[in-house]
Design a protein around this ligand. Structure first.
Ligand code: BDP
Length: 695
């Protein structure tokens, strides 16, 4: 196997299990003139065909026991059943074993065709996981409305921060040729509830909004539509100048406003269910409203007004920082956006990264969560592992996102976790959502590595239910992707659950962050301190000198902590209560600072690096026990990637310790080996062509 089938492998079931299931799946009833229901039927044919040996017969009506019925609430098939569908909303579903006039069937019902499709995928999942199906009573609905994949794909197919090949979107062949792979992409997304895709990079190119490209986008939208997925595009703020021939992109200029309105009208004439725009403005060199001394609200609202008549939304990113904020980059987004709370149109969501800096292996939650009670906030996570070892390092991100989602913002009260902030609409019918920066490309396994598929999967599951547990998701994924046999799945889950902490330990332990090499972010470079903008330098973040290390964000420092609720600020601001994992994020402490858990900071820092390596070795050991028990090709690929990870963990450890030692002038604690090379050796390593860099 190559990994192409993802978690939708539908591996043949053992004959005894297949025999138990088969009587329930003799035939199926669905209105296949409806594209989404036709897609559901196709999936059942494929899944049941592979798992049970033959697909069900297609029937026009219930005809005895052992059928599957797919139907929406308005279907005459459901009349008289009195199903509790209403509370499940547009995308929820029920799966029930029911007695219908013609016989006992498994009913998959929803309020929309998309709901039925989600239910169908769930039913197939139950079979893949070999669950009992004799008395089915499943009801589920997504907790967030917009469950978005953000592709950082350029029009030349280069994927920014992409480690899985080229962009899937073959713009040159579109719209004439639609690669069947687009359908498999849509299936995979629908199977985990993703209902929106932003096709192009936040570092946007305005060409995507021109008529020829809109025809290409239309073709993709046509493939995705039956799977309940809407297409969105990034809007380059200066597009009115670049492709509209205007002299300005000032959001208050009537000609600019008229241009965007006309552009929105044009887009909707081509793609009637177009989702809307994602915008990165006044961040890392992107144009935006500040260029005209206007606020983010002015910019977002102009686009929102253009989209509103068509039902479109604006996802406006809060990821902003500039060289003018030399006090603390951590603070800039809150400073710019909190005063704008309540000033955005109803069809605007503010898209906020999980942490205030930038997708680091560990960050505390972003202080904006809970701080803008009148503005719909959506969480943005990075599925592609820009800062966690690219595709070769095994790092399951479910645990990282769970850590953010379950963080208590204490706003408006204790228990208001980030998940709750996301799930609670700021007003009746207000928007909710989550976005993940995709890790998908043309690689045969989609994600660049077998295990990175788990991150795509976990993202979808958490966007559907932000309260879901990372371990449950890992268990499902491992069983779907590798084997339903727990002797195989359990060690895989164990590897996944320890994997992210390993990366934190060998890259950025104890609350350090942003220590990666310049530009491409591949490999360690904590020594870099000479880049033009202060906050581009690792030295800006770790602040290590002969006395100590860490960023003082307490009131004696930048007081970024003051942007959190008082309960949070108090806990993290006090050395007696701040968790070790965030120590150096919020505090500058001496090298010989006594850790609450014992020993000095210096000794502990060194020990964390070695702990990271030990965990990778542990993963290697677990993996080696699976040799011969799973398909050889995927097994060998993972084995080789783990070996790369082991080597690079060592590189991170040695280079980092060599550097810290050059600053701290402390001897290594007993039992920890010195780096085999002098610091200069590590500083001389260059990888100028590492993938994913560049705009
Ligand atoms: C950073 C990436 C950069 C992105 C930026 C963003 O290095 O490539 O453009 O995030 O989110 O982490 O806009």
């Amino acid at each position: 196997e190559t990994g192409y089938d993802l978690w939708l492998r539908y591996a043949p079931l053992a004959p005894s299990q297949a025999q138990r299931y088969a009587p329930h799946f003799r035939y199926l009833v669905a209105d296949t003139t409806r594209p989404t229901l036709a897609a559901a039927v196709q999936e059942l044919d494929r899944g049941l065909g592979r798992m049970l040996g033959s697909p069900p017969a297609h029937a026009g009506a219930v005809q005895g026991n052992g059928g599957i019925v797919l139907a929406t609430a308005d279907s005459p098939l459901l009349s008289g059943l009195d199903l509790p569908l209403a509370p499940l909303g547009r995308e929820g579903f029920l799966i029930r074993s029911v007695a219908m006039p013609g016989g006992r069937v498994i009913l998959v019902a929803g309020n929309s065709d998309a709901g039925v499709l989600y239910g169908t995928f769930r039913l197939l999942r139950l079979l893949q996981l070999q669950q009992p199906i004799d008395a089915l009573a499943v009801a589920d609905a997504p907790k967030l409305q917009l469950r978005v994949l953000d592709h950082w794909d350029n029009l030349d197919r280069y994927v920014e921060r992409g480690y899985a090949g080229q962009s899937l979107w073959d713009w040159q062949k579109l719209p004439g040729y639609t690669d069947p792979r687009y359908t498999d992409y849509a299936r995979a997304n629908a199977s985990i509830g993703i209902n929106a895709t932003v096709l192009n990079n936040v570092n946007a190119n305005a060409d995507i909004l021109t008529a020829p490209y809109l025809q290409k986008v239309k073709a993709l939208a046509g493939v995705f539509r039956p799977y309940g997925i809407r297409v969105y595009l990034t809007a380059r703020f200066s597009a009115p100048i670049e492709i509209g021939g205007l002299k300005t992109a000032d959001p208050l200029d009537p000609a600019v406003r008229a241009w965007w309105k006309a552009k929105a009208d044009e887009i909707y004439a081509v793609i009637p269910d177009f989702g809307g725009f994602l915008v990165k403005a006044n961040s890392e060199g992107q144009p935006g409203p500040s260029d005209y001394k206007r606020s983010h609200a002015d910019g977002a609202n102009m686009l929102a007004d253009a989209l509103a008549p068509h039902g479109g939304v604006v996802m406006w990113r809060a990821f902003v920082y500039s060289e003018h904020n030399d006090a603390d980059r951590h603070k800039q987004a809150s400073e710019e956006f909190v005063p704008l709370d309540g000033k955005f149109r109803d069809n605007v969501l503010l898209q906020v990264k999980n942490g205030a800096i930038d997708f680091q292996p560990r960050e505390p939650f972003h202080p904006l969560f809970g701080a803008m009670p009148k503005t719909p906030l959506m969480l943005e996570v990075q599925i592609t592992k820009e800062y966690l070892g690219f595709a070769t390092h095994l790092a399951y991100l479910g645990t990282m996102w769970e850590e953010v989602l379950e963080s208590d913002t204490f706003r408006p009260r204790a228990g208001s976790t980030v998940a709750k902030v996301l799930e609670t609409p700021v007003a009746p019918r207000a928007l909710t959502g989550m976005a993940g920066v995709a890790n998908i490309g043309t690689d045969i396994n989609w994600s660049g590595s077998q295990f990175d598929q788990a991150n795509w999967y976990a993202y979808g599951r958490l966007a559907w239910d932000p309260d879901a547990r990372a371990v449950d998701i890992a268990r499902d994924w491992a069983r779907l992707t590798w084997s339903a046999d727990s002797a195989i799945a359990d060690p895989i889950v164990a590897m996944m659950m320890e994997s992210r902490e390993a990366v934190v330990n060998y890259m950025t332990p104890l609350g350090l962050g942003h220590l990666m090499a310049t530009g491409h972010h591949y490999g360690p470079a904590p020594w870099v301190s000479d880049l033009a903008r202060p906050e581009w330098n690792p030295a800006y973040y770790h602040r290590a000198d002969a006395n100590g290390i860490g960023f003082d964000r307490t009131p004696t420092g930048t007081n970024a902590l003051g942007q959190y609720a008082p309960e949070v600020a108090k806990r993290w601001g006090d050395l007696k209560t701040v968790p070790d994992r965030l120590l150096l994020w919020f505090h500058h402490v001496p090298w010989d600072y006594r850790m609450r858990s014992g020993g000095t900071l210096w000794d502990r820092l060194v020990a964390q690096y070695d702990a990271g390596i030990t965990t990778v070795e542990d993963m290697q050991r677990r993996w080696s026990t699976l040799d011969g028990k799973i398909d050889a090709r995927r097994w060998a690929e993972v084995r080789d990637f783990l070996a790369i990870q082991r080597q690079e963990a060592q590189w991170w450890r040695d280079a980092s310790i060599a550097y810290w030692q050059s600053v701290s002038h402390r001897p290594l604690p007993a039992g920890h080996l010195p780096p085999p090379h002098p610091l200069g050796y590590y500083q001389a390593i260059r990888t100028p062509h590492a993938p994913g860099n560049g705009k």
